[in-house]
Design a protein around this ligand. Structure first.
Ligand code: PLP
Length: 391
């Protein structure tokens, strides 16, 4: 799947994006969401690379932003303001003003005090801000604790016991218009049962609003759909069909309600690979280290939340397909980066063919939360990107 003959002449490390995989994913996504009239917003924080954003925009989907600069980037890329939603527990005044000036579709609000401030800032501009309440549904996403967001112990959203106070306050805040409810329970969710629990909780919460005679036009169920990091080639495109069908089956909608989704990872993860070269092989006490020229500065997920990425030696894999597999011995390596941190490790005891200095290593499924999280720590160069359709 990798054009090794071209990639091997490009200075490493770099992100390689397979635009065909991205387009296939977007086509599937659109096809399945359109079946039910569901509205999808792309979560820019997963990957805000210009070319990726431009490709996604062409499919007519909206943007989900979590900072003022993301709102700005979405607008500059050509996402329509009326298709932009803005979430985040700590929106500052400049960010709110920017979004108000651009009349975005909706602020997903996470606290009573935030509502008060948006109301004040909107009043100063003589505007009505469209808001959705981000409700913490207390549903466990069964994912890593650092990417779980829908439990009462998390900092995100308005808790259920606060709804009475919040809806009371909304009657006083004249420059806010409640247009929806918003939920987002976490990321890399592979158990669709968590989304079913979310649907059932949303149905209960909708009942509460109905009892209080508050009409809700939009239900935003957030994102979080997980991808397969272990077998990327088998599961290049996420099973969007089952995902959207589940919401269609279990969400009890009121007349004319629209359902919104905010997907990040499921759209961009599989199209991206971090390409790196082996600098050194070093013998350790119990293990061998394969030291790469890419590290946590280029791909932070393993260091940040012990995330798994499939590691392939694509120089040797291509030779091996020529000879019979049984002839080639496999070895175990701790695959690490050059950064001065012990957490700068991509994988322990990774089984690879015999690996040498100069071999090209692919870290798969790195399109989401990869390049966007890259940093200049250790004064590293900013990681570059290469696209399959430009080689
Ligand atoms: C991060 C985020 C998303 C996207 O999450 P994925 O797991 O990438 O789909 C959606 N909505 C909100 C509010 C987020 O913070």
């Amino acid at each position: 799947m990798f054009p090794l003959e071209r990639l091997k002449f490009i200075p490493t490390p770099f992100y390689y994006y397979d635009t065909e995989v991205l387009n296939q994913t977007l086509q599937q996504l659109k096809k399945e969401a359109d079946k039910y009239g569901f509205i999808v917003h792309y979560a820019l924080k997963a990957n805000a690379n210009d070319k990726i954003l431009n490709t996604i925009k062409q499919y007519g989907i909206g943007a989900d932003c979590v900072s003022g600069n993301e709102v700005k980037k979405a607008i500059e890329t050509g996402f329509k303001p009326e298709h932009i939603v803005f979430a985040g527990v700590g929106k500052n005044d400049d960010e709110i003003n920017y979004a108000l000036n651009n009349s975005i579709f909706c602020f997903n609000c996470e606290s009573l005090q935030e509502l008060e401030i948006i109301n004040e800032l909107a009043a100063a501009k003589n505007k009505i801000a469209h808001i959705a309440l981000r409700i913490n549904p207390n549903v466990n996403a069964n994912t890593h604790k650092y990417i779980t967001t829908g439990l009462e112990e998390n900092k995100f959203g308005i808790n259920l016991w606060e709804l009475e106070a919040v809806t009371g306050a909304l009657k006083i805040f004249k420059n806010l218009k409640l247009i929806g409810l918003h939920f987002h329970i976490g990321s890399q969710i592979t158990d669709l049962g968590a989304f079913k629990s979310l649907c059932l909780r949303i149905n209960e919460i909708q009942g509460w609003f109905e009892n209080h005679k508050i009409t809700i036009e939009n239900v935003n169920v957030g994102g979080g759909l997980g991808v397969n990091y272990h077998e990327p080639d088998t599961y290049l495109v996420v099973d969007f069909a089952s995902y959207f069908k589940l919401f269609n089956d279990f969400l009890e909608l009121r007349p004319d309600q629209k359902v919104h989704f905010e997907l990040g990872r499921a759209i961009v993860a599989q199209c991206g690979t971090l390409i790196s070269k082996v600098l050194y092989i070093k013998k350790g006490v119990n293990t061998n280290f394969a030291i790469l020229d890419a590290g946590m500065t280029e791909l932070m997920r393993p260091a940040l939340y012990q995330a798994y990425h499939k590691i392939e030696n694509i120089s040797k894999d291509s030779q091996q397909s020529a000879i019979s597999n049984s002839q080639s011995a496999m070895y175990k390596y701790d695959v690490v980066g050059p950064i001065c941190e012990s957490s700068d490790c991509f994988g322990k005891a990774v089984t690879l063919p015999e690996t040498q200095r100069g071999d090209i290593i692919a870290l798969r499924t790195a399109g989401a939360y990869g390049e966007v999280m890259s940093s200049a720590y250790n004064l590293r160069n900013r990681v570059k990107a290469v696209y399959s359709d430009e080689l």
